[in-house]
Design a protein around this ligand. Structure first.
Ligand code: CA
Length: 242
């Protein structure tokens, strides 16, 4: 299993879930996996912990009494520096619309109930590893992302290179690619993409995102297939093993 090799510093996970059984089950498995766990029974309580404690990742139930999970997520993602903390939503079957809303509110991932605690723990570890990797990748000395298929993004020079050749991308195309590629395998909704590339002096519509993606894929040639359409949700960058 490589547990020893995979040793991580003790991360803190905040679990916001009103159902006692699930809260206990999740906490039990997280503690067993070596995490420090904070529990909250409501969104309000969860936000308080989020603001006062050092939290590395949040497991957030969608259906909560009072403030719902989507609103809690939105507030967390608007909280400045803490906004980068990954949020994994717990949703029930048949809550697809809410799930999309959750992703739009900035959630990084979701797990559908009933779920296996082991799968949830594995997902949490994957997010934390990715987070650590991202932090080291974006260190000031090296603002460069090396991707599969000879693709490289240089965030300092604002340049994308494919097989050694610089590509001629528009500002929006560059920003969309940078966004998707910096979080491989995570699905971004059109709205999230818009929120991230906005602020360059013009309006972006969901349809315009599709057009940009279309143009981007063409310019990326065969590497264009790394940008996957997730039907009914949005887009993601396929993180191939390197
Ligand atoms: Ca609930």
């Amino acid at each position: 299993m490589g547990e020893g090799k995979d040793k991580m510093r003790k991360h803190s996970i905040l679990v916001i879930e009103d159902e006692e059984d699930i809260q206990q089950l999740v906490s039990y498995h997280l503690v067993k996996a070596g995490f420090f766990v904070f529990c909250a029974d409501s969104g309000e309580e969860g936000l308080e912990v989020f603001e006062t404690e050092k939290v590395d990742l949040v497991v957030l139930d969608l259906m909560l009494p009072g403030m719902d999970g989507v609103e809690v997520c939105r507030q967390m993602k608007q909280s400045g520096k803490q906004a980068i903390v990954p949020v994994i939503m717990l949703t029930a079957k048949g809550e697809e619309d809410d799930m999309v809303e959750g992703l739009e509110a900035g959630a990084d991932d979701y797990v559908t109930k009933p779920f296996s605690p082991k799968v949830l723990v594995a997902r949490i570890k994957a997010h934390l590893r990715r987070d650590d990797k991202l932090k080291s990748r974006f260190s000031p000395s090296e603002a460069r992302l090396s991707l599969p298929r000879g693709l490289q993004i240089d965030f300092e020079k604002h340049e994308v290179v494919l097989g050694g050749e610089p590509l001629d991308l528009t500002v929006s195309e560059f920003n969309i690619l940078g966004l998707l590629a910096s979080k491989p395998d995570l699905v971004f909704t059109r709205q999230q993409i818009i929120d991230n590339i906005r602020g360059y002096g013009y309006e972006v519509t969901p349809r315009a995102v599709d057009v940009q993606i279309h143009g981007l894929r063409k310019k990326l040639k065969s590497a264009g297939e790394l940008i996957e359409t997730v039907r009914g949700v949005g887009y993601r960058f396929k993180g191939e093993a390197r």
